[in-house]
Design a protein around this ligand. Structure first.
Ligand SMILES: Nc1ncnc2c1ncn2[C@@H]1O[C@H](COP(=O)(O)OP(=O)(O)OP(=O)(O)O)[C@@H](O)[C@H]1O
Ligand SMILES: [Mg+2]
Length: 214
């Protein structure tokens, strides 16, 4: 089964960002997308993750065109199967880190795993309010929140942008292990080429095309 496939995706804002983008994601596979600032990486990730409809092209998730399925079905897929880790964290600000995880756990009926908190080194700060956490701590809490819901597809936009190199590598290892163990897939947007090359495949967004470089 294909987790996700994109066909002939084109999109224009003030100027044409990209055209004829093709991409396939399988179970246990990780794909990195690199490219210059402003090339449209985040926009493409928004399209792939169903948040934005492209001018042209189709996205299929679990081999079904998302633009032809019912709203109800798409909503269910979003809620149960897609995990978004984006540049701004969307944590609930009035709550503690742990309460944020509890919400994810409640919605998905999945347990909050102690091991996950340990791996992400957030056990010590888990009772604190989100607004009292550092940028990197918030980033790790939002990763914990996403993984708590056990998604089939992870979309991550610079998920380790606020982290030091060692912590970033640790977090990436966690993502890869998660994909392997849960038969999930990941699409990662990053500026960091060495991080990108930890993924199974690497694509570059350049001259309005998505080109496979690994
Ligand atoms: N909602 C929007 N409306 C209009 N223009 C937009 C919108 N979102 C993005 N753009 C424009 O599209 C272009 C690509 O933006 P995008 O955020 O996709 O780039 P990026 O490759 O992710 O860059 P960075 O590496 O800096 O994050 C930019 O010129 C941006 O101004
Ligand atoms: Mg971006």
């Amino acid at each position: 089964m294909n987790l996700l496939s994109a066909k002939n995706i084109s999109h224009t804002f003030e100027y044409e960002l990209f055209s004829d983008v093709e991409l396939n994601l399988q179970e246990q596979e990780s794909i990195a997308i690199i490219g210059m600032s402003g090339s449209g990486k985040s926009t493409l990730l928004h399209i792939l993750s169903t948040l934005l409809k492209p001018d042209e092209g189709t996205i299929s998730i679990f081999d079904e065109n998302i633009y032809e399925m019912s709203n109800k079905k798409l909503l269910k897929i979003k809620r149960d199967s897609l995990g978004l880790v984006f540049q701004s964290h969307y944590l609930f600000k009035g709550f503690s880190a742990y309460e944020n995880l509890e919400i994810a756990s409640l919605l998905s009926q999945e347990k909050i795993e102690d091991k996950l908190l340990e791996r992400l080194k957030i056990k010590e700060c888990i009772k604190q309010k989100v607004t009292e956490l550092s940028g990197g701590q918030q980033q790790r809490v939002s990763i914990a929140r996403v993984l708590t819901k056990k998604p089939k597809i992870i979309f991550a936009d610079e998920p380790t942008g606020n982290l030091d190199k060692e912590t970033a590598n640790e977090v990436m290892k966690l993502f890869f292990e998660y994909c392997e163990d849960s038969k999930a897939g990941m699409i990662l947007v990053t500026h960091d080429e060495s991080l990108a090359h930890m993924c199974n495949k690497v694509y570059k967004l350049e001259n309005k095309k998505l080109i496979k470089i690994k």
